[in-house]
Design a protein around this ligand. Sequence first.
Ligand code: SF4
Ligand code: SF4
Length: 264
Amino acid sequence: MSEDKTQDFLAALPELEEGKTYNFKCYPGIKCFNACCTDLDLVLTPYDILRLSKGLDMPSADLLSKCTTMHMDKATNFPEFRLRMTDSKAKSCPFMTKEGCRVYPNRPGACRMYPLGRATRPDGEGGVSEQFFIVTEDHCQGFKEADEWTGQSWKQDQGFEAYTASNDRYMHILARIKQAGRPVPEKMGHMATLAFYKLDEFQRFITHMRVFERVEVDEERQKKILSDPEETLVFAMDWLELMLFQETDKLQPKNVPNRSRCAE
Ligand code: SF4
Ligand code: SF4
């Protein structure tokens, strides 16, 4: 589901207002165990790919080709990767096993948040405000359990907070493109594929293309960007924002001298 469709889908669901609670528990042994991990339409964010690639110790290009499908979104010219279900009759998730989720510590954000959906909008002060919605499904028995949650306590319990900064930043970039009313040039879409979804390859690109000669990044951060995918992704967002909009408060271009004039 694209981001716009996701927002429309969520808006049609009952909202979990701030401070309100719902009952839920999911555990191995519950009657419906694994019933929710089949036939899904699940868009993966750059941070989802980072965590899966790290957790599976798999190069991002292999993960993308084996476990996802991709199409370029016409409204932005940015790629959209979806989790590819297996060819089995049940169309199950490639990470589902009888014992549960094989990538549980690194499962995608949408899997963490279930049975809640989270919608965001700019708060006008550079951040986002969030709303939670309850996604009830007939087969899910978890709602009959006694454990009580608010949106915030569920988000914290499921380790979703690590995902929000990156996902919200990514949504902000998409929103800026949509606001401009036209998709980015194709080559920028390909750059977004590399920089956001293939962090190992993007690290090599940074070195090969001497990117740090063109932007202000201190040495300590340079080392982190080239060794820690979490830092690489933050830099990728800074870099793409600068490339796309020619300005960002996150990264300054270097004042590169005009070599031809110096040579005169
Ligand atoms: S259907 Fe609900 S309770 Fe059952 S395994 Fe999935 S999330 Fe858990
Ligand atoms: S990644 Fe894990 S939790 Fe998410 S659908 Fe697949 S098996 Fe289920």
